[in-house]
Design a protein around this ligand. Sequence first.
Ligand SMILES: *[C@@H]1O[C@H](CO)[C@@H](O)[C@H](O)[C@H]1NC(C)=O
Ligand SMILES: *[C@@H]1O[C@H](CO)[C@@H](O)[C@H](O)[C@H]1NC(C)=O
Ligand SMILES: *[C@@H]1O[C@H](CO)[C@@H](O)[C@H](O)[C@H]1NC(C)=O
Ligand SMILES: *[C@@H]1O[C@H](CO)[C@@H](O)[C@H](O)[C@H]1NC(C)=O
Ligand SMILES: *[C@@H]1O[C@H](CO)[C@@H](O)[C@H](O)[C@H]1NC(C)=O
Ligand SMILES: *[C@@H]1O[C@H](CO)[C@@H](O)[C@H](O)[C@H]1NC(C)=O
Ligand SMILES: *[C@@H]1O[C@H](CO)[C@@H](O)[C@H](O)[C@H]1NC(C)=O
Ligand SMILES: *[C@@H]1O[C@H](CO)[C@@H](O)[C@H](O)[C@H]1NC(C)=O
Ligand SMILES: *[C@@H]1O[C@H](CO)[C@@H](O)[C@H](O)[C@H]1NC(C)=O
Ligand SMILES: *[C@@H]1O[C@H](CO)[C@@H](O)[C@H](O)[C@H]1NC(C)=O
Length: 613
Amino acid sequence: MAFIRALGIASLLASGVRAAVSSTGFTVSLTDIDYFLPPKPVASIAGCDEIQSLFDGGLFVPFTVVKGDGITASYSEDDVWQESFLDALYVQGSSKPANISGTILSGTASSELMPGPYFINAAGQVYEAWRLYSDVAGAFLESVMSNGDDSYSVLPAGTVGQKLAIAVPSRLYFEKSAEKPLAGVRIGVKDIYDLKGLRTSCGNRAYYWLYPPASNTATPVQNLIDAGAVIIGKMLTSQFANGETATADWVDYHEAFNPRGDGYQDTSSSSAGAGAGTASYPWLDVSLGSDTGGSIRGPSQVQGLYGNRPSHGLVGLEHTMPLSPVLDTAGLLARNPTLWKEAAQAMYGANITITDTYPKSIKTLAWPTSPSNVANQLLIDFLANVTDFLGANTTAYNVTASFGSDNPELPSLTTLMNLTYALLITKQQIGLVRDPFYADYAVKHDGRLPFVNPVPLARWGWGANQTNTVEEAIANKTAFMSWANTTFLAPSPQTCSESLVLYVGSVGGTVYRNTYWTAPGVPFGFGNSRISVMAEVPDFVVPIGEAPYNSTITGHVEYLPVTVDFLAAKGCDGMLFSLIGALYEAGIVKESLTGQSGITGGEILLRRGMAEF
Ligand SMILES: *[C@@H]1O[C@H](CO)[C@@H](O)[C@H](O)[C@H]1NC(C)=O
Ligand SMILES: *[C@@H]1O[C@H](CO)[C@@H](O)[C@H](O)[C@H]1NC(C)=O
Ligand SMILES: *[C@@H]1O[C@H](CO)[C@@H](O)[C@H](O)[C@H]1NC(C)=O
Ligand SMILES: *[C@@H]1O[C@H](CO)[C@@H](O)[C@H](O)[C@H]1NC(C)=O
Ligand SMILES: *[C@@H]1O[C@H](CO)[C@@H](O)[C@H](O)[C@H]1NC(C)=O
Ligand SMILES: *[C@@H]1O[C@H](CO)[C@@H](O)[C@H](O)[C@H]1NC(C)=O
Ligand SMILES: *[C@@H]1O[C@H](CO)[C@@H](O)[C@H](O)[C@H]1NC(C)=O
Ligand SMILES: *[C@@H]1O[C@H](CO)[C@@H](O)[C@H](O)[C@H]1NC(C)=O
Ligand SMILES: *[C@@H]1O[C@H](CO)[C@@H](O)[C@H](O)[C@H]1NC(C)=O
Ligand SMILES: *[C@@H]1O[C@H](CO)[C@@H](O)[C@H](O)[C@H]1NC(C)=O
């Protein structure tokens, strides 16, 4: 072996091949904060003699670019800029602000610089400053850096915190505009969406290594990028977007950490990283998840976030791993409802219309009537507030009972729908993902099978044995959808949807991640969370508060989120975004905070008192 290897090197040398060295960027530390400098300088400033002494043997000098209005409050609000960037300044534009001091760079930049923090080298090359944060919650699978074209690479950097380092650019570099409504908005992407230049794992290690880096970017991600969003990483997904529960189900990768309460509750899945990251990090604005049977709504409910399952078909899913194309949707998780809406408008484009005439009929599904505990009190008050706000009438509605009385010729809804979801996700994913994956893996690995986590394996195993067809499942789905469309989820020319339908999302219940569960089964049955799945309607999660529980981890009272789900007729996504925005403006719903509590914020319990990472 050694001989062959030596020969190889000798022949390389003989043929005159030389290794090409290219920069992958730089990492520096400034006042104990780690920064990443992307490989390509953004400008150069000639003749910076006045700062040569500042190098003091180092490679870079930090400096701040200011415009006419000087150092404004936005600098101190920016999480990348810090006062150590004030040693030197460059004034962009003609008028020098009155209130700045420090060494002024007198040269002229080769191209216009946005305000904010930068680093300059002795040759006068100017680099952006990206702050490095640790993904302490384990929400990311791959860190990401833009190559400056339309492709991405893995970020070659690290920082304290035992996890990946994620780099974020200064917010001062960006100005939102009509063309770039998401300029500078930092977005994480569930790792079932392709990002050109990077491998996609779909939560499976064998899959990650089997396939080459993606040569395209998935449509929902591209729409966000085109609107100016900054993609900062690929986020954890349960395997092949099937529902997994911590911890035993998560064999290939460890589940992310839900920051709420005692910090040891399940994140729900499959957009587990999207939920945990959005609830944990002020430096992450929005996450792109996917929802086939609850994969955005579950993580939003247990982490107290805004999260939308859109109407089916609202955005193309090219270059995205399918679970069941007739059910798959792309949606967003966010803390701020305004940003959530703006990101949705960018992602869904012309397929979403914001309308602000709201239904005056609210139908509730299994709503509590007695304020017997904190969660029920919150739900009752919230419903009263929304009812008042809309001047609406609220009635209780029973989907299974109404379906039964309207459709005496059909079996009960629970019989009709019992197998539908399980059949669609297993049969469709077997054909679209499992079979080609197994075949490609076998070719490369001498007929071997790849490792697959227990949940997808159990589901695929069941699906492969079923004789019921996908067509039959779609027929059952259509029967329910058509009925819903003429009853509780009927469209309205005036208010988009005749009614708003509200159901309880989460009530602060516990799912401890250190539990030994039984072996995974197949997701049979029907419930409120399946209504939007089968009727193709939007289902939006809204956080409304939190409820106390006695933690078996801490031996202390902790709090977990209480959330509500809003349903409306198919295509009324814009009406729901608008309504939730109006409830936000009215103070009925609030921005969710990061950390131990979505209501009061606070450090994640285990890091309490630590500096922010
Ligand atoms: C500098 O002056 C501008 C107005 O010219 C003002 O907006 C800004 O707050 C001032 N900054 C500081 C740090 O005083
Ligand atoms: C709108 O929806 C259609 C149908 O799903 C899709 O083909 C199209 O790409 C969508 N438009 C955008 C902007 O995503
Ligand atoms: C609400 O119900 C009352 C009594 O049934 C009715 O008079 C009123 O018109 C309804 N309001 C709306 C907005 O539907
Ligand atoms: C809805 O009706 C069904 C009977 O069809 C009943 O079993 C169920 O308890 C009802 N649900 C609620 C919340 O009342
Ligand atoms: C749903 O299907 C499963 C598997 O066939 C069965 O065990 C269960 O009893 C069914 N439930 C209903 C309500 O039909
Ligand atoms: C479809 O509905 C029928 C009842 O009409 C039921 O027996 C069958 O199991 C359902 N199949 C699926 C795949 O949903
Ligand atoms: C599928 O059917 C085979 C043959 O009846 C059986 O041995 C196997 O246990 C079944 N697998 C699952 C997951 O139900
Ligand atoms: C619902 O019914 C309306 C007619 O009232 C029709 O235009 C629309 O396409 C239907 N939508 C669905 C999802 O079936
Ligand atoms: C916590 O436990 C104490 C003592 O058993 C009990 O009084 C209290 O109601 C519990 N609190 C919650 C929120 O369950
Ligand atoms: C919501 O309702 C509760 C109880 O009726 C009330 O105390 C609270 O002020 C309301 N909140 C808003 C924002 O309207």
